[in-house]
Design a protein around this ligand. Structure first.
Ligand SMILES: [Zn+2]
Length: 328
């Protein structure tokens, strides 16, 4: 372990103990992966880690006007890891997505045709990700381990790279920078390092979805040719499912059993509870619309759509005034 210019350089073993000993007050929910693009491999001489890190800090402070280097950690081509911004501070890495994040910058340009990532660096990225996920109880999923490419550059809205995005961490980063690439190439490597240790995460609900098919088969693996779950009937249109894991376009809908559904036949919904004594449900988003039913205080509702201060709480036309819902 070496320290210079206020930064500490570690090998992966030292990094593991460093992370496990850390006391962090800030809530950490996501882990971001980036590439530096510049500096790239050509500027790394094998012994100028501190100078490169200082150069990035100077650029972030003097050119970008930030109060410190943007990232928490930099991982170098030789597999060493260097501290950057204090982990108690939000990083400056993805607009709108920094407040509960840890930011890793991987030194190099990992766009196709750029730097060929060295083995030492690849294994350091995998192990640093695993160690951070374990420490902060971050599920190893593409909801929580994220690439810069998945967020629109202008406002940080997650669009999974569909337009107006940086290529970061590179179009060739572990075989690609898309969500599906991360799910099939990168996350399995992280899970392999963690072995059985990720079980602590298996009961965290990532989100809720509603079934959009008339009947949706529940399978034993994230694969349409796998067996149907013998102990669970197909889910029906409008059923609300909890999502515990996401793999290659499939959702694991049980914390304890291998029950999977194809994500294509679902729609994301948001859970809310009623905060009024009685809440009228109407057939249109208007106080003058016909009342079709009512909900009582504390009852659960799932929001499908919002319009002009009204929320649709069913696949059908059932609307309630948003003021009387508390989202959770
Ligand atoms: Zn980035």
């Amino acid at each position: 372990m070496q320290t210079k210019f206020g930064f500490t350089l570690m090998d992966t073993g030292e990094f593991e103990s460093y992370i496990s000993d850390l006391m962090v007050a800030r809530t950490i929910v996501t882990l971001q992966q980036h590439h530096t693009y510049s500096p790239n491999y050509a500027l790394f001489t094998g012994d100028n880690h501190f100078e490169l890190q200082r150069g990035m800090r100077n650029y972030h402070v003097n050119s970008n006007g930030w109060n410190d280097i943007g990232q928490h950690f930099t991982i170098f081509p030789d597999g060493t890891v260097m501290t950057g911004r204090s982990i108690e501070k939000s990083p400056a890495c993805i607009v709108g997505q920094n407040s509960n994040a840890i930011c890793i910058e991987n030194l190099g340009n990992f766009d196709t045709g750029g730097d060929a990532m060295r083995k030492e660096q690849a294994s350091a990225i995998i192990s640093a990700t695993a160690v951070i996920c374990l420490k902060f109880n971050i599920p190893v999923t593409t909801e929580r381990v994220v690439y810069h490419h998945w967020f629109r550059l202008s406002d940080g809205v997650r669009n999974n790279g569909s337009g107006g995005n940086k290529s970061c961490p590179g179009t060739a980063f572990f075989g690609g920078n898309k969500v599906a690439d991360c799910e099939s190439n990168f996350l399995p490597l992280v899970e392999k390092v963690l072995g059985g240790q990720t079980n602590i995460n298996s009961n965290i609900i990532l989100k809720y979805v509603s079934v959009t098919a008339r009947s949706l088969n529940i399978r034993t693996k994230p694969d349409s040719s796998s067996e149907k779950a013998p102990d669970r009937a197909p889910a029906t249109l409008g059923a609300i499912l909890r999502v515990y894991k996401i793999r290659n376009g499939w959702y694991k809908i049980s914390g304890s059993q291998n029950h999977w559904v194809a994500a294509n036949y679902t729609k994301d919904v948001y859970r809310a509870t009623v905060n009024a004594d009685v809440l009228n449900v109407r057939n249109q988003p208007s106080a003058r619309a016909l009342k079709v039913s009512e909900l009582r205080e504390g009852e659960e509702a799932f929001i499908y759509e919002e319009r002009d201060g009204w929320c649709r709480i069913s696949p059908e036309q059932k609307w309630v005034n948003k003021t009387f819902l508390t989202t959770t």
